[in-house]
Design a protein around this ligand. Sequence first.
Ligand code: SF4
Length: 445
Amino acid sequence: MATKLPSPPRVGMVSLGCPKNLVDSERILTQLRADGYQMSADYAGADVVLVNTCGFLDSAKEESLEAIGEAIAENGRVIVTGCMGKEAEVIRARFPQVLAVTGAHQYEQVVEAVHEAAPANLSPYIDLIPDAGLKLTPRHYSYLKISEGCNHRCSFCIIPSLRGDLASRRPDAILREAEKLVAAGTKELLVISQDTSAYGVDLRHASWPLKSGGEVRAHMTDLARELGRIAPWVRLHYVYPYPHVDQVIPLMAEGLVLPYLDIPFQHAAPSVLKRMKRPANDAKVLSRIHRWREICPDIAIRSTFVVGFPGETEEDFQYLLDWLDEAQLDRVGAFRFEPVEGAAANDLSDPVPEAVKEERYARIMETTAAISAAKLAAKVGRTLPVIIDAVDQEGGATGRSQADAPEIDGEVFLRDAGHLAVGDIVKVVIEDADEHDLYGVPLPA
Ligand code: SF4
């Protein structure tokens, strides 16, 4: 039986006022899209409507109140944000039924209000943010979505039919959003999209002028370089190993972009990849991984793999294990194949029995855990930069090294770290390691 996916909640937006307000609306919608929401062009199709108000002049306030009234009449489920949020009592007196009122630039609060009014059900089949990431992203790291949709047609995936072909955002808009995020306290940008390496293909890699002078091309390498100039840490997710990915490795060696690549390989055996219709996995990938490590020895490569895909033989699976032994990936997530309603792979012959899937899953986890443990053990004694995610009452702190993305990778547990604050990036001496995590102590400032 194919897994049926819940439809994502839809948000309507009415944006009033100045260009600054429009940027706020854009930012809120980007976050909501990254959280698994879809936009609705009309009141009728929306599960909740956001009204981003202007309160600059009395006439603008009246216009804002009228817009709230219209949204309530047409839809009924309304959240108010923007400059008029300062006058929450005026709004509530006239429209007691509004679900929430938040002020200008209170992105977290407005996004949280939407999560409460219309909870999103994140699905690992279509969403880019890990399940746990649905809680409000703390200010010190932010997901930055650079495009929507995908030009590929992998046989197990329904994203292109749900989200359409690749549609890249303009690079200047992405950089503007990155600057705002960093000004608001973000230290780490997590670049996400269905296919980050393909960014800008639909825009024919055109160039846009930058406010600061110069221009930026709609291309992954250029965007990564510019983002690296804006944020202390920039992490690239969902990168397919197209040839031009080689060009971002020097940026990692220079320290502009984190030495981290999240490449969803999904499999290694040629016959399985062919049935999966996967892009860009060819026999040369292994030699390219070796070359990347020569240029940037600290590069951490994370990936996900599917076991038990229809037609996967024991030989194919063993090929994958041998490939992993050779590739020595730093972080690996594995999934047992499950049909998803609407995916072409559901019609493939030779399904793998559940018991075989389980057995292969256990074997891949064992292989990759051993690789991870050895790689982490080799870090003991080194001093590594760590970003702090939480500080506890007992003098400890939890953070992540450059090799760890939030929620999906490992952590670094620190002792004698009570003086640190969330978002600090500090040097840590690594004292111990296990299969997934590191343990250490911060160097004195
Ligand atoms: S690359 Fe394949 S798996 Fe990824 S979104 Fe596109 S079609 Fe789906």
